[in-house]
Design a protein around this ligand. Structure first.
Ligand SMILES: C[S@@+](CC[C@H](N)C(=O)[O-])C[C@H]1O[C@@H](n2cnc3c(N)ncnc32)[C@H](O)[C@@H]1O
Ligand code: SF4
Length: 361
């Protein structure tokens, strides 16, 4: 029984200088054929499972017009949702409107994830973001959306700790229950990489990460995943399904899914996608790989991996499956209350820790 589902809408009203997500500029002529093909893909693969979480991401789902959103949400009606479902739509300040929020409400959306990124005009321009006017977030709250995430990007070329500090204050003043933070990555084939922009100095990045962790924790946000912070009870259940290594459907351009011990990625070519050539690659997992995923994903959670559950699932304990005794002795990994987790002091280098007992991750 698969309980989680991701649906990708790849269109955006402008392209940010850093983004390498599967996305393209909104073009009306593509929307109908995209949604037709999406409907076909969903109807073909979805086998009626009752979903706990449904996540419509992008790209920018909120770029679609009201009429196009009506078509999309009618397609999504096929999904059966559990009584206590979480239904998220990713939005951009640039194109989220009151009418779109009302439509989301009417179709049962109960969580919004909104890209804000920064309030600093200089860095907004650098990122090619068009606005940081958050008045629509106030409207969303007035309409009854209390489960909202905002994305924050930091470690932007030239950014100082003081600038980040005042950005965080502005994020805090939004009174939002969830904040996802992203250290800017200069991805290949983005405007930033073409301009040869270099990542910020690692020491500054580390200080910035610590500042974020401290300030958000001091303000009542639980640091529950390396880069994610939430008020009690507002952790993203959908993203937790990934970190708990659970199976999920992935539909749409470039979407990833995990079904029947097989991970797959859809094509990133819009032409292939609208011609129903959905799958780009498939990875069938053996038990060893599944256990590795369980650790790679699970150790992103601050709470760590439930050791009894691991043994239950795989018939072998974590200590037997992985060579971790040295990491435990050095205090890089900690066992407490039946969970194994990364020592918070080493979270910043979590990747190095994973590499040391799993290999390339
Ligand atoms: C698909 S986008 C979010 C929704 C919406 N499209 C938007 O941008 O407002 C997911 C998030 O990933 C983060 N992100 C994307 N590319 C990144 C990069 N190269 N470095 C750091 N964060 C990145 C941004 O914070 C972005 O909001
Ligand atoms: S960050 Fe969001 S809005 Fe910007 S290009 Fe990527 S998906 Fe589109």
């Amino acid at each position: 029984m698969i309980k989680h589902c991701y649906v990708h809408i790849p269109f955006c009203s402008s392209i940010c200088s850093y983004c390498d997500f599967p996305k393209m500029l909104y073009e009306k002529k593509f929307i109908n054929s995209y949604l037709d093909s999406l409907k076909y893909e969903i109807n073909y693969k979805y086998s009626g499972d009752i979903l706990d979480t449904l996540y419509i991401g992008g790209g920018t789902p909120s770029v679609l017009s009201i009429d196009e959103l009506e078509v999309l949400f009618k397609i999504l009606k096929i999904f059966k949702l559990s009584d206590n479902y979480e239904f998220t739509v990713e939005c951009n300040l640039e194109n989220l409107t009151l009418d779109k929020l009302k439509l989301f409400k009417r179709y049962g959306v109960n969580r919004l994830s909104i890209g804000v990124q920064t309030f600093n005009k200089k860095y907004l321009d650098f990122l090619n973001r068009k606005t940081c006017d958050t008045s629509i977030i106030k409207s969303a709250k007035e309409l009854g959306f209390d489960n909202i995430n905002v994305d924050l990007i930091y470690a932007i070329d030239g950014e100082t700790l003081d600038e980040l500090n005042s950005d965080i204050d502005k994020f805090l003043s939004l009174g939002i229950n969830h904040i996802s933070t992203y250290s800017l990555i200069i991805e290949n084939n983005t405007v930033l990489s073409i301009k040869n922009i270099k990542p910020i100095d690692e020491d500054i990045d580390f200080d910035m990460y610590n500042l974020i962790c401290k300030k958000l924790s001091d303000n009542g946000y639980n640091h529950y995943e390396i880069s994610n912070f939430a008020k009690d009870g507002y952790e993203s259940r959908h993203n937790l399904s990934y970190w708990n290594n659970l199976e999920y459907y992935g539909f749409g351009l470039g979407a990833a899914g995990y079904i029947n011990k097989t991970r797959y990625n859809n094509t990133k070519s819009i032409f292939k996608y609208i011609n129903h050539n959905y799958i780009y690659e498939i990875e069938e997992l053996d038990k060893k790989s599944i256990m590795e995923y369980e650790m790679i994903l699970g150790l992103r959670k601050i709470k760590g991996v439930d050791m009894a559950l691991f043994k239950d699932k795989y018939g072998i304990s974590i200590n037997e499956a992985f060579k971790i005794s040295e990491l435990l002795e050095k205090g890089k990994l900690i066992i407490e209350n039946g969970f194994i987790r990364i020592n918070p002091r080493y979270l910043y280098v979590s990747n190095d820790i994973l590499v040391s007992f799993i290999g390339d991750v």
